[in-house]
Design a protein around this ligand. Structure first.
Ligand SMILES: Cc1cc2nc3c(=O)[nH]c(=O)nc-3n(C[C@H](O)[C@H](O)[C@H](O)COP(=O)(O)OP(=O)(O)OC[C@H]3O[C@@H](n4cnc5c(N)ncnc54)[C@H](O)[C@@H]3O)c2cc1C
Length: 175
């Protein structure tokens, strides 16, 4: 397969995967591929791999890093404990229909982790609506919103491609 053919076939696969639900996977007139190579084992690559595998297609996922998950990174500082620190994506919103579908498929329970929830702090349990952030935190959030609103779409896209790990590494290198 030459480069042009590879790009054409991967473009078709990309369009097909993002546009239609699994049950109606079709190849838009092209021949169903036997083997698909996916670049990146982030959630998009892994979800695409799952869809294709279910459609009976052989899949190879190539990942540049030493771990899978991409911008989702569940870090366990102590392997002997169940404590996990999420260093990337962790919230699934009501509009994230595909993620919700995947959670159902893998029997994963979504925890209600919105700010409109009970708070247990220093052993004190406060019911929803009875607690607020401290004044410093309110200022911190307002400042963040201001920065976000002043950013261009290009800057936002660049920020979205960054992970906390990269930010830690960058700040360590500049210290
Ligand atoms: C700190 C942070 C918090 C976030 N919080 C949320 C949240 O709460 N809820 C939410 O919905 N979204 C959140 N997001 C956004 C969410 O993480 C991303 O939208 C999502 O993970 C993107 O998945 P992806 O598979 O498209 O890309 P990625 O996760 O970026 O995966 C791409 C993968 O491809 C690999 N790769 C790249 N180039 C190559 C190559 N040439 N060859 C091989 N491999 C390659 C990369 O190493 C990576 O593993 C957050 C993002 C960050 C950074």
């Amino acid at each position: 397969m030459n480069r042009r053919e590879f790009l054409r076939k991967s473009a078709i696969a990309g369009t097909v995967l993002s546009a239609v639900p699994e049950s109606t996977l079709s190849w838009q007139g092209a021949k169903k591929p036997k083997h698909v190579i996916i670049l990146g084992a982030g959630f998009a690559g892994l979800a695409a791999g799952l869809k294709l595998t279910k459609a009976g297609i052989r899949v190879t996922i190539l990942e540049a890093r030493k771990r899978i998950g991409g911008r989702v990174f569940s870090f366990r500082p102590d392997q002997s404990s169940d404590n996990v620190i999420e260093l990337g994506a962790e919230w699934v919103g009501a509009s994230h229909t595909r993620m919700i579908e995947l959670c159902k498929e893998f029997n994963l329970t979504l925890e209600d982790n919105r700010f409109e929830t009970d708070l247990i702090r220093s052993g004190v349990h406060s019911k929803t609506g009875t607690w607020t952030f401290g004044p410093e935190m309110e200022i911190f959030w307002k400042d963040k919103v201001k920065i976000w609103e002043s950013m261009t779409e290009k800057e936002k896209a660049k920020l979205d491609k960054t992970g906390l790990v990269e930010i830690f590494v960058q700040s360590r290198n500049t210290l």
